[in-house]
Design a binder for this molecule. Sequence first.
Ligand code: DC
Length: 230
Amino acid sequence: MTDPTFRKLIIAIDGPAGAGKSTIASRLAHKLGYANLESGAMYRALALKAIEWDVAFDDEPALVQLAHDSRIHLEPTIAGNRVLLDRRDVTQRVRESDVTEGASRVSIHPKVREWMVARQQEMGGSGGIVMEGRDIGTVVFPHADVKIFLDADPVVREQRRRQQERASGAAAPVNAAELRERDRRDRTRVASPLQPAADAVLLDSTSLSEDQVLERIEGVVRQRMTQNRT
Ligand code: DC
């Protein structure tokens, strides 16, 4: 589906945890020859730094300063993003439960989000990217060429997260109550709450296989590429 004669698109995939965004975004990016950027990994890296530097998750000014003093870098690979914090590979560490909880807490702060959004715009602004997160189609790239909002039934999302964590050998299994609380925080925070952009294509993956979800999204992308040509 690579389309070398035309401008490379910005594709935004938003949705809650466990809806299948990461896998789909990585497979789609690979098919298109685009880079896949997991914006959540940046919030995770900042949360890890806060843990290491003993900065409280509710201290917004200190978190913003910490962000300014940090080098957070995402390196797209076929297996997902490699996450570098101050040049250190923290890819595995940022998936652990204390960081997951911290990322959910640091991401409520408007000034932290401002810093993240500016970095994300720098990373993806020239196109040829699939960026996934919570506010990509609404705030980071409100003019994205394709916006997908991927959702699924909460019970199914919990099961998928559990499978993912088992596969990655995570020490602590996902806790359903904590997952629900993080969901609630994402959807109700004042700064850029998780919600579909008005022009997003809504996709419920509850009863779809990964291949089926990918096929539908590819259909939307193909349509957009055709529109670009006319
Ligand atoms: O997608 P994830 O689970 O790796 O995201 C980690 C946390 O970061 C999650 O609690 C939501 C938050 N997040 C966000 O607020 N905005 C984004 N664009 C991506 C993630």
